[in-house]
Design a protein around this ligand. Structure first.
Ligand code: ATP
Length: 270
């Protein structure tokens, strides 16, 4: 059942491991309607794993994910209609032309033929790929493939767009267009969850940011809220906050074995 006022995405106590390696350890996350939410974290923090669970590429070990109020483990297919996903390293069918590929995605997404044509024209024009529309994807540069993959993620006007490192390899004009697309989406009440290492872009673009480290939440909120949590001044940048909070989180991880050793020592003595 969908509840209009609930966040578009709710992640509760998410756990995910790979062959015994715990990648996500009890993560919580909310994305509200009409906001851009940025996911920040050091390499290996668990960002991609979290996004893959949300879009249904990986099965969670424990926890709950709700999209538009619906538990995705109870309703595994229909919720995907509301989502657009750009993976970190998109794999495209290189034997198709740009136009064929987007047409194919438009059909899968159940769009009427006229709309498919209009949207293909719109995105190819926007991303400066118009002249390459009849070329095989195999002949595209990395950035061109990224723009095409993003067009595919957007073609059905998703309510929730999930982007894993969308700006990598994209030229400045393309990045500018992507940022504008995201801003327009949220103006219409749709939402964006974006994982990125481009911290300056995240600071300017995102309404709220979640910092994660070692599969756990460190802090989340607006820049103002993060400054308060980090006990930093009102001029502090997201980069400064990120560096401080992830360093502190790292120290806690490093301290733990020491604490455990002391604890077992006391237990033995007791
Ligand atoms: P980055 O910023 O480097 O992209 P990330 O925050 O997206 O990192 P994940 O890719 O989610 O992090 O990885 C989280 C942890 O899970 C890491 O320790 C990683 O080595 C591990 N991991 C990820 N994918 C797999 C896999 N397929 N098999 C085994 N371990 C994996």
């Amino acid at each position: 059942m969908s509840t209009y006022n609930s966040p578009i995405l709710e992640v509760f106590n998410l756990w995910k491991s790979y062959n015994g390696h715990q990648a996500v350890k009890g993560l919580d996350l909310n994305v509200n309607r009409g906001e851009i939410f940025g996911l920040l974290g050091p390499n290996g923090a668990g960002k991609t794993t979290t996004l893959k669970v949300i879009v249904g590429l990986l099965k969670m070990d424990k926890g709950m994910v709700k999209v538009n109020g619906v538990d995705i483990s109870e309703e595994q297919y229909d919720y995907k209609k509301q989502i657009g996903y750009l993976p970190e390293n998109p794999t495209l069918p290189e034997y198709l032309t740009a136009e064929e590929f987007l047409g194919y995605i438009g059909k899968i997404r159940d769009l009427p033929p006229k709309e498919i044509k209009d949207r293909i024209n719109y995105y190819l024009e926007l991303f400066n790929l118009e002249k390459r529309r009849k070329d095989l994807i195999v002949s595209f540069s990395r950035g061109m493939k990224q723009k095409l993959a993003l067009s595919a993620a957007l073609i059905h006007n998703p309510s929730l767009l999930i982007l894993d490192e969308p700006f990598i390899g994209i030229d400045p004009t393309g990045q500018h267009h992507i940022k504008n697309i995201l801003k327009e989406m949220v103006k219409e009440g749709r939402s964006v969850l974006v994982s990125t290492h481009m911290i300056d872009t995240a600071e300017r673009l995102c309404d709220r940011v979640g910092i994660i480290h070692n599969g756990r939440n460190v802090a989340s909120g607006s820049l103002e809220k993060l400054r308060r949590i980090a006990e930093m001044g009102e001029d502090s940048t997201l980069e400064q906050i990120f560096l401080k909070m992830t360093k502190e989180a790292e120290e806690v991880v490093e301290e733990k074995p020491v604490r455990r050793r002391l604890f077992s020592l006391f237990r033995k003595r007791g």
